[in-house]
Write a protein that binds this ligand. Structure first.
Ligand SMILES: [Ca+2]
Length: 577
Protein backbone atom coordinates (compact mmCIF):
# COMPACT_ATOMS: atom_id res chain seq x y z
CA UNK A 1 0.00 0.00 0.00
CA UNK A 2 2.85 2.35 0.90
CA UNK A 3 4.48 1.65 -2.48
CA UNK A 4 1.17 2.40 -4.22
CA UNK A 5 0.85 5.76 -2.47
CA UNK A 6 4.42 6.69 -3.28
CA UNK A 7 3.93 5.79 -6.90
CA UNK A 8 0.74 7.81 -7.10
CA UNK A 9 2.56 10.81 -5.63
CA UNK A 10 5.41 10.37 -8.08
CA UNK A 11 2.94 10.13 -10.89
CA UNK A 12 1.15 13.30 -9.85
CA UNK A 13 4.47 15.09 -9.47
CA UNK A 14 5.57 13.90 -12.90
CA UNK A 15 2.25 14.96 -14.35
CA UNK A 16 2.65 18.45 -12.89
CA UNK A 17 6.21 18.67 -14.17
CA UNK A 18 5.13 17.56 -17.59
CA UNK A 19 2.27 20.02 -17.69
CA UNK A 20 4.75 22.77 -16.93
CA UNK A 21 7.13 21.54 -19.53
CA UNK A 22 6.56 21.98 -23.24
CA UNK A 23 9.91 20.82 -24.60
CA UNK A 24 9.34 17.37 -26.11
CA UNK A 25 13.02 16.45 -25.86
CA UNK A 26 12.88 16.37 -22.08
CA UNK A 27 9.91 14.07 -21.83
CA UNK A 28 12.03 11.11 -22.87
CA UNK A 29 13.59 11.05 -19.45
CA UNK A 30 10.28 10.86 -17.61
CA UNK A 31 10.37 8.29 -14.87
CA UNK A 32 6.62 7.98 -14.49
CA UNK A 33 5.67 4.54 -13.26
CA UNK A 34 2.05 4.45 -12.43
CA UNK A 35 0.80 0.93 -12.12
CA UNK A 36 -1.02 1.00 -8.84
CA UNK A 37 -1.75 -2.05 -6.80
CA UNK A 38 -4.92 -2.37 -4.81
CA UNK A 39 -5.66 1.30 -4.59
CA UNK A 40 -8.35 3.42 -6.13
CA UNK A 41 -6.52 6.72 -5.66
CA UNK A 42 -5.54 7.01 -9.28
CA UNK A 43 -5.63 9.87 -11.69
CA UNK A 44 -7.75 9.21 -14.76
CA UNK A 45 -9.82 11.13 -17.19
CA UNK A 46 -12.84 9.01 -16.37
CA UNK A 47 -15.96 11.07 -16.54
CA UNK A 48 -18.36 10.63 -13.70
CA UNK A 49 -21.45 8.90 -14.90
CA UNK A 50 -19.89 6.89 -17.71
CA UNK A 51 -21.55 3.49 -17.64
CA UNK A 52 -18.51 1.28 -17.17
CA UNK A 53 -18.72 -2.47 -17.45
CA UNK A 54 -19.52 -3.28 -13.78
CA UNK A 55 -17.01 -6.13 -13.77
CA UNK A 56 -14.13 -3.68 -14.25
CA UNK A 57 -12.18 -1.99 -11.50
CA UNK A 58 -11.35 1.68 -11.98
CA UNK A 59 -8.87 2.40 -14.79
CA UNK A 60 -5.31 1.77 -13.60
CA UNK A 61 -6.31 -0.52 -10.75
CA UNK A 62 -4.86 -4.02 -10.72
CA UNK A 63 -6.46 -6.44 -11.39
CA UNK A 64 -8.48 -5.03 -14.24
CA UNK A 65 -11.42 -7.44 -13.84
CA UNK A 66 -13.32 -8.27 -10.68
CA UNK A 67 -14.43 -11.67 -11.96
CA UNK A 68 -12.14 -13.48 -14.38
CA UNK A 69 -12.88 -12.85 -18.07
CA UNK A 70 -11.70 -14.99 -20.98
CA UNK A 71 -10.66 -13.18 -24.16
CA UNK A 72 -9.83 -14.77 -27.50
CA UNK A 73 -6.79 -13.12 -29.03
CA UNK A 74 -6.01 -13.52 -32.73
CA UNK A 75 -2.25 -13.40 -33.25
CA UNK A 76 0.38 -14.36 -35.80
CA UNK A 77 2.40 -17.45 -35.10
CA UNK A 78 5.97 -16.59 -34.24
CA UNK A 79 8.76 -19.13 -34.47
CA UNK A 80 10.68 -17.26 -31.77
CA UNK A 81 7.88 -17.65 -29.21
CA UNK A 82 7.64 -21.18 -27.80
CA UNK A 83 3.98 -20.92 -26.78
CA UNK A 84 1.96 -17.76 -26.20
CA UNK A 85 -0.33 -19.68 -23.84
CA UNK A 86 2.46 -20.55 -21.39
CA UNK A 87 4.58 -17.46 -22.04
CA UNK A 88 5.86 -15.57 -18.97
CA UNK A 89 4.49 -12.29 -20.31
CA UNK A 90 1.08 -13.89 -20.85
CA UNK A 91 1.05 -15.11 -17.25
CA UNK A 92 1.83 -11.61 -15.98
CA UNK A 93 -0.94 -10.09 -18.08
CA UNK A 94 -3.44 -12.73 -17.01
CA UNK A 95 -2.59 -12.01 -13.39
CA UNK A 96 -2.77 -8.21 -13.73
CA UNK A 97 -5.92 -8.43 -15.80
CA UNK A 98 -7.64 -11.27 -13.94
CA UNK A 99 -8.11 -12.57 -17.45
CA UNK A 100 -7.63 -15.78 -19.33
CA UNK A 101 -6.17 -15.28 -22.79
CA UNK A 102 -6.96 -17.88 -25.44
CA UNK A 103 -4.85 -17.50 -28.54
CA UNK A 104 -6.12 -18.06 -32.05
CA UNK A 105 -3.18 -18.42 -34.41
CA UNK A 106 -2.82 -17.00 -37.89
CA UNK A 107 -0.07 -17.27 -40.48
CA UNK A 108 2.18 -14.49 -41.70
CA UNK A 109 -0.69 -13.63 -44.08
CA UNK A 110 -2.96 -12.73 -41.16
CA UNK A 111 -4.10 -9.41 -42.70
CA UNK A 112 -5.21 -11.18 -45.88
CA UNK A 113 -6.89 -13.94 -43.89
CA UNK A 114 -8.81 -11.43 -41.77
CA UNK A 115 -9.71 -9.41 -44.81
CA UNK A 116 -11.34 -12.48 -46.35
CA UNK A 117 -13.41 -13.01 -43.20
CA UNK A 118 -14.43 -9.35 -43.21
CA UNK A 119 -15.41 -9.56 -46.86
CA UNK A 120 -17.47 -12.69 -46.09
CA UNK A 121 -19.35 -10.81 -43.38
CA UNK A 122 -19.11 -13.49 -40.70
CA UNK A 123 -17.72 -11.13 -38.06
CA UNK A 124 -18.91 -13.32 -35.20
CA UNK A 125 -16.43 -16.02 -36.23
CA UNK A 126 -13.53 -13.75 -35.38
CA UNK A 127 -11.64 -13.74 -32.07
CA UNK A 128 -12.43 -10.91 -29.61
CA UNK A 129 -9.17 -9.17 -30.39
CA UNK A 130 -6.91 -8.95 -33.43
CA UNK A 131 -3.27 -8.26 -32.73
CA UNK A 132 -1.54 -7.21 -35.91
CA UNK A 133 -0.63 -4.04 -37.82
CA UNK A 134 -2.56 -4.42 -41.06
CA UNK A 135 -1.97 -0.83 -42.22
CA UNK A 136 -4.35 2.12 -42.12
CA UNK A 137 -6.28 1.18 -45.25
CA UNK A 138 -7.33 -2.21 -43.86
CA UNK A 139 -8.05 -0.75 -40.43
CA UNK A 140 -10.43 1.82 -41.91
CA UNK A 141 -12.00 -0.66 -44.29
CA UNK A 142 -12.65 -3.17 -41.49
CA UNK A 143 -13.96 -0.37 -39.28
CA UNK A 144 -16.40 0.86 -41.93
CA UNK A 145 -17.54 -2.70 -42.50
CA UNK A 146 -18.32 -3.01 -38.80
CA UNK A 147 -15.91 -5.90 -38.29
CA UNK A 148 -13.85 -3.96 -35.75
CA UNK A 149 -15.31 -1.38 -33.40
CA UNK A 150 -14.40 2.25 -32.77
CA UNK A 151 -12.95 2.75 -29.30
CA UNK A 152 -13.14 6.54 -29.01
CA UNK A 153 -15.41 6.42 -25.95
CA UNK A 154 -12.98 4.10 -24.16
CA UNK A 155 -10.06 6.41 -24.87
CA UNK A 156 -12.21 9.12 -23.32
CA UNK A 157 -13.45 7.19 -20.30
CA UNK A 158 -11.54 4.00 -19.72
CA UNK A 159 -7.90 4.62 -20.66
CA UNK A 160 -5.15 4.78 -18.08
CA UNK A 161 -1.80 3.63 -19.44
CA UNK A 162 -2.57 5.24 -22.80
CA UNK A 163 -2.83 8.61 -21.07
CA UNK A 164 0.48 8.05 -19.30
CA UNK A 165 2.01 6.93 -22.60
CA UNK A 166 0.99 10.23 -24.13
CA UNK A 167 2.85 12.01 -21.33
CA UNK A 168 5.86 9.69 -21.62
CA UNK A 169 6.20 10.34 -25.35
CA UNK A 170 5.08 13.97 -25.34
CA UNK A 171 3.08 13.16 -28.47
CA UNK A 172 -0.65 13.05 -29.08
CA UNK A 173 -0.34 9.79 -31.00
CA UNK A 174 -4.14 9.51 -31.29
CA UNK A 175 -3.90 11.91 -34.22
CA UNK A 176 -1.85 9.34 -36.08
CA UNK A 177 -4.45 6.60 -35.65
CA UNK A 178 -7.49 8.71 -36.49
CA UNK A 179 -9.34 7.19 -39.42
CA UNK A 180 -10.89 9.49 -42.03
CA UNK A 181 -14.27 9.21 -40.26
CA UNK A 182 -12.74 10.53 -37.04
CA UNK A 183 -12.73 7.17 -35.26
CA UNK A 184 -9.94 5.36 -33.51
CA UNK A 185 -10.28 1.72 -34.47
CA UNK A 186 -7.71 0.39 -32.07
CA UNK A 187 -4.63 0.82 -29.94
CA UNK A 188 -1.25 1.53 -31.51
CA UNK A 189 2.34 0.56 -31.41
CA UNK A 190 4.42 3.71 -31.10
CA UNK A 191 8.17 3.42 -30.76
CA UNK A 192 10.11 6.66 -30.59
CA UNK A 193 13.57 6.14 -32.05
CA UNK A 194 16.21 8.85 -32.12
CA UNK A 195 18.29 7.01 -34.70
CA UNK A 196 15.44 6.41 -37.14
CA UNK A 197 14.14 9.96 -36.85
CA UNK A 198 17.54 11.30 -37.88
CA UNK A 199 18.54 8.97 -40.72
CA UNK A 200 21.25 11.05 -42.40
CA UNK A 201 24.06 11.09 -39.87
CA UNK A 202 27.67 11.50 -40.97
CA UNK A 203 31.01 10.11 -39.80
CA UNK A 204 34.43 11.10 -41.05
CA UNK A 205 37.72 9.20 -40.95
CA UNK A 206 39.58 11.15 -38.28
CA UNK A 207 43.13 9.87 -39.01
CA UNK A 208 42.91 11.46 -42.48
CA UNK A 209 41.84 14.81 -41.06
CA UNK A 210 44.74 14.63 -38.61
CA UNK A 211 47.22 13.67 -41.32
CA UNK A 212 46.15 16.63 -43.44
CA UNK A 213 45.82 18.96 -40.42
CA UNK A 214 42.19 19.70 -41.24
CA UNK A 215 39.45 20.43 -38.72
CA UNK A 216 36.14 18.55 -38.73
CA UNK A 217 34.06 20.30 -41.41
CA UNK A 218 31.14 22.42 -40.26
CA UNK A 219 29.78 23.95 -43.47
CA UNK A 220 29.13 22.80 -47.00
CA UNK A 221 32.15 24.85 -48.10
CA UNK A 222 34.44 23.25 -45.49
CA UNK A 223 33.12 19.89 -46.49
CA UNK A 224 33.98 20.32 -50.17
CA UNK A 225 37.49 21.41 -49.22
CA UNK A 226 38.02 18.44 -46.92
CA UNK A 227 36.77 16.00 -49.56
CA UNK A 228 39.07 17.54 -52.17
CA UNK A 229 42.01 17.24 -49.77
CA UNK A 230 41.13 13.58 -49.16
CA UNK A 231 41.14 13.00 -52.91
CA UNK A 232 44.43 14.65 -53.69
CA UNK A 233 46.42 14.42 -50.44
CA UNK A 234 46.96 10.64 -50.29
CA UNK A 235 45.88 10.55 -46.64
CA UNK A 236 46.08 6.74 -46.50
CA UNK A 237 49.72 7.13 -47.41
CA UNK A 238 50.13 4.40 -50.03
CA UNK A 239 51.18 6.69 -52.87
CA UNK A 240 48.04 5.80 -54.82
CA UNK A 241 45.09 8.11 -55.53
CA UNK A 242 42.77 5.38 -54.27
CA UNK A 243 40.87 7.35 -51.65
CA UNK A 244 37.10 7.62 -52.07
CA UNK A 245 36.28 10.80 -50.16
CA UNK A 246 32.54 10.10 -49.97
CA UNK A 247 30.54 7.04 -50.88
CA UNK A 248 26.94 6.54 -49.86
CA UNK A 249 24.72 3.50 -49.77
CA UNK A 250 23.03 2.51 -53.06
CA UNK A 251 20.34 4.98 -54.11
CA UNK A 252 17.26 2.77 -53.97
CA UNK A 253 14.44 4.82 -52.47
CA UNK A 254 13.33 8.34 -53.32
CA UNK A 255 15.58 9.48 -50.48
CA UNK A 256 18.75 7.87 -49.15
CA UNK A 257 20.94 8.98 -46.29
CA UNK A 258 23.81 10.53 -48.28
CA UNK A 259 21.41 12.44 -50.49
CA UNK A 260 19.39 13.67 -47.50
CA UNK A 261 22.57 14.84 -45.77
CA UNK A 262 23.66 16.83 -48.82
CA UNK A 263 20.23 18.30 -49.63
CA UNK A 264 19.48 19.30 -46.03
CA UNK A 265 21.91 22.27 -45.82
CA UNK A 266 19.79 23.90 -48.55
CA UNK A 267 16.29 22.45 -48.36
CA UNK A 268 14.54 20.50 -45.62
CA UNK A 269 14.02 16.90 -46.74
CA UNK A 270 12.21 14.03 -45.04
CA UNK A 271 11.96 10.39 -46.05
CA UNK A 272 9.08 10.62 -48.50
CA UNK A 273 7.56 13.24 -50.76
CA UNK A 274 6.13 15.87 -48.47
CA UNK A 275 7.14 18.95 -46.55
CA UNK A 276 4.82 21.23 -44.59
CA UNK A 277 5.31 24.96 -44.29
CA UNK A 278 2.92 26.83 -42.00
CA UNK A 279 0.23 24.25 -42.64
CA UNK A 280 0.76 24.20 -46.41
CA UNK A 281 1.74 20.88 -47.96
CA UNK A 282 4.44 20.92 -50.60
CA UNK A 283 7.39 18.82 -51.62
CA UNK A 284 11.13 19.30 -51.37
CA UNK A 285 12.01 18.21 -54.88
CA UNK A 286 10.66 21.09 -56.97
CA UNK A 287 12.01 24.08 -55.04
CA UNK A 288 14.72 26.61 -55.88
CA UNK A 289 16.49 25.48 -52.70
CA UNK A 290 16.56 21.89 -53.93
CA UNK A 291 18.03 23.14 -57.16
CA UNK A 292 20.77 24.83 -55.15
CA UNK A 293 21.46 21.56 -53.34
CA UNK A 294 21.74 19.81 -56.71
CA UNK A 295 24.23 22.43 -57.85
CA UNK A 296 26.28 21.70 -54.74
CA UNK A 297 26.05 17.92 -55.11
CA UNK A 298 26.93 18.23 -58.80
CA UNK A 299 30.09 20.08 -57.78
CA UNK A 300 31.05 17.12 -55.56
CA UNK A 301 30.62 14.71 -58.47
CA UNK A 302 32.41 17.10 -60.85
CA UNK A 303 35.38 17.20 -58.45
CA UNK A 304 35.34 13.43 -58.32
CA UNK A 305 34.96 13.40 -54.54
CA UNK A 306 31.85 11.27 -54.97
CA UNK A 307 32.51 8.65 -57.65
CA UNK A 308 30.09 8.35 -60.57
CA UNK A 309 29.69 4.66 -59.67
CA UNK A 310 27.67 5.87 -56.69
CA UNK A 311 24.63 5.31 -58.90
CA UNK A 312 25.51 1.76 -59.93
CA UNK A 313 27.11 0.30 -56.83
CA UNK A 314 25.22 -2.34 -54.85
CA UNK A 315 25.36 -3.10 -51.16
CA UNK A 316 28.05 -5.77 -51.55
CA UNK A 317 30.23 -3.44 -53.56
CA UNK A 318 29.76 -0.74 -50.98
CA UNK A 319 30.60 -3.06 -48.10
CA UNK A 320 33.73 -4.31 -49.87
CA UNK A 321 35.08 -0.78 -50.27
CA UNK A 322 34.02 0.35 -46.78
CA UNK A 323 35.63 -2.67 -45.11
CA UNK A 324 38.71 -2.92 -47.33
CA UNK A 325 41.14 -4.81 -45.11
CA UNK A 326 44.63 -3.60 -46.16
CA UNK A 327 44.06 0.11 -46.12
CA UNK A 328 41.18 2.52 -45.46
CA UNK A 329 39.52 3.82 -48.62
CA UNK A 330 36.44 5.74 -47.46
CA UNK A 331 36.64 9.24 -46.01
CA UNK A 332 33.02 9.83 -45.10
CA UNK A 333 30.17 7.47 -44.39
CA UNK A 334 26.56 8.57 -44.12
CA UNK A 335 23.95 6.20 -42.75
CA UNK A 336 21.00 5.96 -40.46
CA UNK A 337 20.82 2.32 -39.66
CA UNK A 338 22.25 0.12 -36.97
CA UNK A 339 24.47 -1.53 -39.59
CA UNK A 340 26.96 1.35 -39.70
CA UNK A 341 29.67 -0.26 -37.60
CA UNK A 342 29.34 -3.60 -39.38
CA UNK A 343 30.47 -1.98 -42.65
CA UNK A 344 33.76 -0.70 -41.21
CA UNK A 345 35.18 -3.55 -39.12
CA UNK A 346 38.38 -2.72 -37.27
CA UNK A 347 38.04 1.02 -37.90
CA UNK A 348 34.89 1.87 -35.94
CA UNK A 349 36.55 4.12 -33.33
CA UNK A 350 38.36 6.07 -36.06
CA UNK A 351 35.21 7.36 -37.73
CA UNK A 352 33.90 10.34 -35.75
CA UNK A 353 30.42 11.77 -36.01
CA UNK A 354 29.93 15.25 -37.44
CA UNK A 355 27.28 17.40 -39.04
CA UNK A 356 24.63 18.24 -39.90
CA UNK A 357 26.39 20.54 -42.36
CA UNK A 358 25.56 24.20 -42.14
CA UNK A 359 25.00 26.32 -45.20
CA UNK A 360 27.38 29.31 -45.10
CA UNK A 361 24.31 31.52 -45.59
CA UNK A 362 22.92 30.30 -42.27
CA UNK A 363 20.49 27.61 -43.39
CA UNK A 364 20.71 24.54 -41.20
CA UNK A 365 18.37 21.58 -41.45
CA UNK A 366 18.46 17.89 -40.75
CA UNK A 367 16.61 15.19 -42.58
CA UNK A 368 13.93 14.50 -40.00
CA UNK A 369 11.52 11.55 -40.15
CA UNK A 370 9.04 11.50 -37.28
CA UNK A 371 8.28 8.21 -35.53
CA UNK A 372 4.73 7.10 -36.30
CA UNK A 373 2.02 5.23 -34.43
CA UNK A 374 0.27 2.32 -36.15
CA UNK A 375 -2.77 0.45 -34.90
CA UNK A 376 -1.79 -3.05 -33.78
CA UNK A 377 -4.71 -4.02 -31.53
CA UNK A 378 -8.34 -4.10 -32.68
CA UNK A 379 -11.51 -5.22 -30.96
CA UNK A 380 -13.89 -7.14 -33.19
CA UNK A 381 -17.67 -7.12 -33.46
CA UNK A 382 -17.56 -10.64 -31.98
CA UNK A 383 -16.31 -9.34 -28.62
CA UNK A 384 -18.94 -9.44 -25.86
CA UNK A 385 -16.68 -7.57 -23.42
CA UNK A 386 -15.28 -4.70 -25.49
CA UNK A 387 -14.37 -2.42 -22.58
CA UNK A 388 -12.47 -5.31 -20.97
CA UNK A 389 -10.66 -5.94 -24.24
CA UNK A 390 -9.79 -2.25 -24.42
CA UNK A 391 -8.34 -2.42 -20.91
CA UNK A 392 -6.12 -5.28 -22.04
CA UNK A 393 -4.77 -3.12 -24.88
CA UNK A 394 -4.38 -0.22 -22.47
CA UNK A 395 -2.38 -2.47 -20.12
CA UNK A 396 -0.13 -3.62 -22.98
CA UNK A 397 1.05 -0.05 -23.63
CA UNK A 398 2.05 0.42 -19.98
CA UNK A 399 5.73 1.26 -19.73
CA UNK A 400 6.54 -2.04 -18.00
CA UNK A 401 4.88 -4.25 -20.61
CA UNK A 402 6.19 -2.10 -23.47
CA UNK A 403 9.68 -2.95 -22.23
CA UNK A 404 8.84 -6.56 -21.33
CA UNK A 405 7.59 -7.35 -24.85
CA UNK A 406 11.07 -6.52 -26.17
CA UNK A 407 13.52 -7.25 -23.35
CA UNK A 408 11.79 -9.96 -21.30
CA UNK A 409 11.10 -10.34 -17.61
CA UNK A 410 11.71 -7.40 -15.29
CA UNK A 411 14.15 -8.34 -12.55
CA UNK A 412 15.52 -11.26 -14.55
CA UNK A 413 16.42 -9.96 -18.02
CA UNK A 414 16.34 -6.24 -17.22
CA UNK A 415 15.59 -3.65 -14.55
CA UNK A 416 14.96 0.03 -14.35
CA UNK A 417 18.27 1.64 -13.44
CA UNK A 418 16.90 2.60 -10.03
CA UNK A 419 16.50 -1.12 -9.25
CA UNK A 420 19.76 -2.18 -10.91
CA UNK A 421 21.52 -5.26 -9.59
CA UNK A 422 24.71 -4.14 -11.36
CA UNK A 423 27.29 -1.77 -9.99
CA UNK A 424 26.22 1.38 -11.79
CA UNK A 425 29.68 2.93 -11.41
CA UNK A 426 30.81 0.33 -13.94
CA UNK A 427 28.11 1.20 -16.47
CA UNK A 428 27.93 3.89 -19.12
CA UNK A 429 24.88 5.71 -20.46
CA UNK A 430 25.93 6.43 -24.04
CA UNK A 431 23.09 8.84 -24.80
CA UNK A 432 23.46 10.87 -21.62
CA UNK A 433 25.10 13.77 -23.48
CA UNK A 434 22.20 13.76 -25.91
CA UNK A 435 19.83 14.27 -22.99
CA UNK A 436 18.92 10.68 -22.18
CA UNK A 437 20.35 9.42 -18.89
CA UNK A 438 20.56 5.75 -17.96
CA UNK A 439 17.08 4.31 -17.66
CA UNK A 440 17.18 0.54 -18.01
CA UNK A 441 19.87 -2.05 -17.49
CA UNK A 442 19.77 -5.21 -19.60
CA UNK A 443 21.21 -8.32 -17.92
CA UNK A 444 20.48 -10.81 -20.67
CA UNK A 445 18.74 -9.93 -23.93
CA UNK A 446 16.29 -12.66 -25.03
CA UNK A 447 16.06 -11.43 -28.64
CA UNK A 448 16.78 -13.24 -31.88
CA UNK A 449 16.32 -16.56 -30.11
CA UNK A 450 13.50 -18.99 -29.44
CA UNK A 451 12.20 -18.02 -26.02
CA UNK A 452 9.10 -18.02 -23.86
CA UNK A 453 9.67 -14.83 -21.87
CA UNK A 454 7.99 -12.20 -24.04
CA UNK A 455 5.67 -11.67 -27.01
CA UNK A 456 8.40 -10.57 -29.38
CA UNK A 457 6.62 -7.23 -29.76
CA UNK A 458 3.37 -8.77 -31.01
CA UNK A 459 0.50 -6.44 -30.24
CA UNK A 460 0.75 -2.83 -29.09
CA UNK A 461 3.50 -1.17 -27.06
CA UNK A 462 4.55 2.44 -26.58
CA UNK A 463 8.13 3.37 -25.82
CA UNK A 464 9.49 6.88 -25.45
CA UNK A 465 12.96 7.84 -26.71
CA UNK A 466 14.43 7.55 -23.23
CA UNK A 467 13.98 3.78 -22.99
CA UNK A 468 16.15 2.57 -25.88
CA UNK A 469 18.44 5.57 -25.51
CA UNK A 470 18.63 4.95 -21.77
CA UNK A 471 20.04 1.43 -21.94
CA UNK A 472 23.21 1.42 -19.87
CA UNK A 473 26.13 -0.72 -20.97
CA UNK A 474 29.24 -2.04 -19.17
CA UNK A 475 32.15 0.38 -19.41
CA UNK A 476 34.22 -2.14 -21.36
CA UNK A 477 31.57 -2.59 -24.10
CA UNK A 478 33.30 -2.35 -27.50
CA UNK A 479 32.32 0.65 -29.61
CA UNK A 480 29.47 -0.32 -31.95
CA UNK A 481 26.76 1.28 -34.08
CA UNK A 482 24.82 2.37 -30.99
CA UNK A 483 27.89 4.17 -29.73
CA UNK A 484 28.47 5.78 -33.12
CA UNK A 485 24.89 7.05 -33.15
CA UNK A 486 25.12 8.30 -29.57
CA UNK A 487 28.37 10.11 -30.34
CA UNK A 488 27.00 11.78 -33.48
CA UNK A 489 23.43 12.55 -32.60
CA UNK A 490 23.40 15.48 -30.19
CA UNK A 491 23.89 18.13 -32.84
CA UNK A 492 21.30 16.49 -35.09
CA UNK A 493 18.76 16.56 -32.28
CA UNK A 494 19.40 20.27 -31.67
CA UNK A 495 18.99 21.20 -35.32
CA UNK A 496 15.95 18.94 -35.77
CA UNK A 497 14.34 20.60 -32.80
CA UNK A 498 15.11 24.16 -33.86
CA UNK A 499 14.47 24.07 -37.62
CA UNK A 500 13.38 20.74 -39.04
CA UNK A 501 10.69 19.11 -36.90
CA UNK A 502 8.11 21.70 -37.81
CA UNK A 503 8.66 21.07 -41.53
CA UNK A 504 8.22 17.31 -41.31
CA UNK A 505 4.86 15.85 -42.22
CA UNK A 506 3.78 13.22 -39.69
CA UNK A 507 1.62 10.24 -40.36
CA UNK A 508 -1.11 10.64 -42.99
CA UNK A 509 -4.09 8.32 -42.89
CA UNK A 510 -5.73 8.12 -46.31
CA UNK A 511 -9.09 6.70 -47.22
CA UNK A 512 -9.20 4.24 -50.09
CA UNK A 513 -10.40 6.81 -52.63
CA UNK A 514 -7.54 9.13 -51.77
CA UNK A 515 -5.09 6.28 -51.76
CA UNK A 516 -6.09 4.98 -55.17
CA UNK A 517 -6.01 8.53 -56.56
CA UNK A 518 -2.40 9.13 -55.57
CA UNK A 519 -0.63 5.76 -55.55
CA UNK A 520 0.27 5.50 -59.22
CA UNK A 521 1.15 9.18 -59.48
CA UNK A 522 3.49 8.84 -56.51
CA UNK A 523 5.19 5.85 -58.10
CA UNK A 524 5.79 7.82 -61.29
CA UNK A 525 7.00 10.85 -59.35
CA UNK A 526 9.45 8.67 -57.44
CA UNK A 527 10.88 7.31 -60.68
CA UNK A 528 11.17 10.79 -62.17
CA UNK A 529 12.79 12.35 -59.09
CA UNK A 530 15.32 9.53 -58.87
CA UNK A 531 16.22 9.55 -62.55
CA UNK A 532 16.59 13.30 -62.70
CA UNK A 533 18.57 13.40 -59.46
CA UNK A 534 21.09 10.99 -60.95
CA UNK A 535 21.24 12.87 -64.27
CA UNK A 536 21.80 16.23 -62.58
CA UNK A 537 24.46 14.75 -60.27
CA UNK A 538 26.31 13.11 -63.14
CA UNK A 539 26.08 16.17 -65.37
CA UNK A 540 23.95 14.37 -67.97
CA UNK A 541 21.52 17.22 -67.42
CA UNK A 542 22.95 20.62 -66.59
CA UNK A 543 21.57 21.80 -63.26
CA UNK A 544 22.83 25.30 -64.07
CA UNK A 545 20.64 25.43 -67.15
CA UNK A 546 17.26 27.06 -66.48
CA UNK A 547 15.81 25.17 -69.42
CA UNK A 548 16.86 21.79 -67.99
CA UNK A 549 15.54 22.68 -64.54
CA UNK A 550 12.23 24.02 -65.88
CA UNK A 551 11.81 20.93 -68.00
CA UNK A 552 12.23 18.76 -64.90
CA UNK A 553 9.68 20.78 -62.90
CA UNK A 554 7.28 20.69 -65.83
CA UNK A 555 7.65 16.93 -65.97
CA UNK A 556 6.67 16.63 -62.30
CA UNK A 557 3.54 18.68 -62.89
CA UNK A 558 2.68 16.66 -65.98
CA UNK A 559 2.85 13.48 -63.88
CA UNK A 560 0.36 14.99 -61.45
CA UNK A 561 2.32 16.47 -58.55
CA UNK A 562 -0.22 19.25 -57.98
CA UNK A 563 -3.12 16.78 -57.84
CA UNK A 564 -1.29 14.73 -55.23
CA UNK A 565 -0.45 17.76 -53.12
CA UNK A 566 -4.08 18.88 -53.19
CA UNK A 567 -5.29 15.50 -51.89
CA UNK A 568 -2.55 15.33 -49.28
CA UNK A 569 -3.42 18.86 -48.14
CA UNK A 570 -6.99 17.68 -47.47
CA UNK A 571 -5.75 14.70 -45.48
CA UNK A 572 -3.33 16.85 -43.54
CA UNK A 573 -6.03 19.41 -42.73
CA UNK A 574 -8.40 16.67 -41.64
CA UNK A 575 -5.81 15.21 -39.26
CA UNK A 576 -3.78 18.12 -37.96
CA UNK A 577 -5.78 21.34 -38.27
CA1 LIG B 1 46.18 6.71 -51.31
Amino acid sequence: MKRGCLLVSLFLLAAIMLTACTTPATTGATTTKATTTGTTATTTTTQAGYPHDPNLNDPGVIPICKEKVTLKVGIRENANVVDFATNTMTKLIEEQGNMKLEFVYYSAEMATQINLVVAGGDFKSMPDILMLSPGDAYVYQWGLAGAIIPVNEYYENSAFHLNIAEERTGVDFKRMITSPDGNYYGIPTFNQSLGNENPAKMWIYKPWLDKLSLPVPQTTADFLNVLKAFKTGDPNGNGQPDEIPLLGLPYTNITIAWMQALVAPFQFIGAGHYVVNDGKIGTWYNTAAYRESLQYIRSLFAEGVIPDFQFTIDRTGYNNLASNAEIPLLGVIIDGSSAIAGAIPGRVPEYVGFGPLKNPDGRHYTAFVPSVANISFMITAACAKPETAFRLGDLLVSEDLSIITRWGTEGKHWDYVKNSKKDMSQMDAWFEKAGYPGYIVIYDDPWGIVQNDHWYQAGPFIRQYGIAAGRVVPKDTPINSEYMIAQAITKYLEVSESTSKKLAVGKLVFNSTELSAITEILNSLTVSVKENFAKFCLGQQDINSDAAWNEYVKQLDAIGLKDVLKIVQNVYDRMYK
